[in-house]
Design a binder for this molecule. Structure first.
Ligand code: ADP
Ligand code: MG
Length: 381
């Protein structure tokens, strides 16, 4: 087992007419035994990063170390890794047992009996003993993915690399496999880098998450740190469902000024702003919706457009002037489309970003005390 260190990792794909910087100067350390989720939108460089760690791509610049050993130029088979892909990549002509055994045959000099024991152990860990005689086409998607995971754990690697391994599964199975995979990783204690574009998977599975955009690291931290204390507007908007509301505001005389409202803020907060051109960020769950017609100081007038009941909660979509704002309320929302409402938000829950750079000037204070005690500090890039 070992940690994985990416040191100024850069990967440029060069073709005759263009060059694409897929990974840009990435510094990242995955701790020994950690479950790190690499998350970001499609094309941000997640798979490329993982393929560099696996040795499937030649790096353009920088170094990769497993523990104290530099592996940057080692061949994939000389790195102590196992990789799981979205499309399982099982050999169709082999049974599940043969698929799981194949890597051991290639990469170890274990005897036939030892290999069989290892496969039986991994199969029992994954609960797939009865699938061992079957070929992939006889298996469901979920069963094939379990075999693919079994094939990875049978090798007892120092590092697991997983690229969107649950994407082909239906929603219910995906939720179940999320939990199973986490438990499996905890039991095995193997350093794991898990790639996904799905912020829910990142928030629920990662010990820490690393958020990428355009090949650049945006933030590394625990899911709650990144959610409550986003380093910039990109991270704030990427994490959370429904997403954070953003409204362009100006700063003037201890107030945030928008075409539709003036929101007073403390002078301490106003003084801490690095610019007067700001973006106000409010999470849907932090908006206080009121039907009372007392548009007092700082109340934001809004009109309800859509009400989306979801059972335990409701999403209420409202218009503030020409901007749309999402409000999450617990249980049933007692409002209807067309209703005039007011919105309020506690200063402690506000986020403020520099409009030009997206840099965070102020994040939500929620659970800040608890987060300060948590492991691992927020790292800005
Ligand atoms: P992700 O996994 O986050 O969706 P990728 O790592 O696959 O992103 O891709 C990052 C960028 O590199 C994209 O712009 C993609 O088009 C480009 N890219 C990926 N693989 C290649 C390749 N083999 N040749 C050229 N460009 C590539
Ligand atoms: Mg990818």
């Amino acid at each position: 087992m070992s940690d994985v260190e990416l040191d100024q990792l850069t990967k440029v794909y060069q073709s005759s007419d263009e060059s694409v910087t897929a990974v840009d100067d990435l510094d990242l350390t995955v701790e020994d035994g950690e479950f790190l989720v690499l998350v970001g939108p499609s094309g941000c460089g997640k798979s490329t990063t993982l393929r560099c760690i696996a040795g499937l791509e030649e790096v353009t610049e920088g170094a990769i170390r497993f523990g104290d050993t530099e592996v940057t130029d080692d061949r994939p088979k000389d790195r102590d890794i196992a990789m799981v892909f979205q499309n399982y990549a099982l050999y169709p002509h082999m049974t599940a047992r043969q698929n799981m055994e194949f890597g051991l045959k290639m990469s170890t000099d274990l005897s036939k009996e030892e290999r069989a024991d290892r496969v039986d152990d991994a199969a029992s860990t994954m609960g797939i003993e009865e699938l061992l005689p079957d070929k992939p086409k006889a298996l469901s998607g979920g069963q094939q993915q379990r075999v693919a995971l079994g094939r990875a754990i049978v090798r007892d690697p120092a590092v697991f690399l997983m690229d969107e391994p649950l994407s082909n599964l239906d929603a219910k199975l995906r939720a179940q496999m999320r939990t199973e995979l986490q438990e499996l990783q905890q039991d095995l204690g193997v350093t794991t880098v898990y790639v996904t574009h799905d912020q829910t998977e990142a928030m629920t599975m990662g010990d820490r998450i690393a958020i990428l955009n355009h090949g650049e690291l945006q933030q590394v931290g625990t899911p709650l740190e990144c959610y409550h204390q986003p380093a910039n507007q990109f991270v704030a908007g990427f994490l959370g469902e429904p997403t954070m509301n953003f409204l362009e505001v100006g700063l003037s005389d201890d107030a945030l000024v928008h075409d539709e409202f003036v929101l007073p803020i403390s002078s301490a907060l106003a003084d801490s702003m690095g610019s007067s051109e700001l973006v106000l960020g409010i999470r849907p769950e932090d908006v206080i919706l009121s039907t009372a017609d007392d548009a007092g100081d700082g109340a934001i007038p809004a009109t309800v457009t859509v009400v989306e009941p979801m059972g335990d909660a409701s999403n209420v979509y409202v218009d503030v002037g020409t901007s749309s704002v999402t409000v999450s309320v617990e249980g049933h929302a007692a409002v209807n489309p067309g209703d005039e409402v007011t919105l309020a938000v506690d200063e402690s829950r506000l986020h403020l970003f520099d409009r030009a750079t997206g840099e965070s000037y102020k994040h939500s204070d929620v659970e800040a005390a608890a987060l300060d005690d948590a492991d691992g500090a927020v790292e800005a890039p």
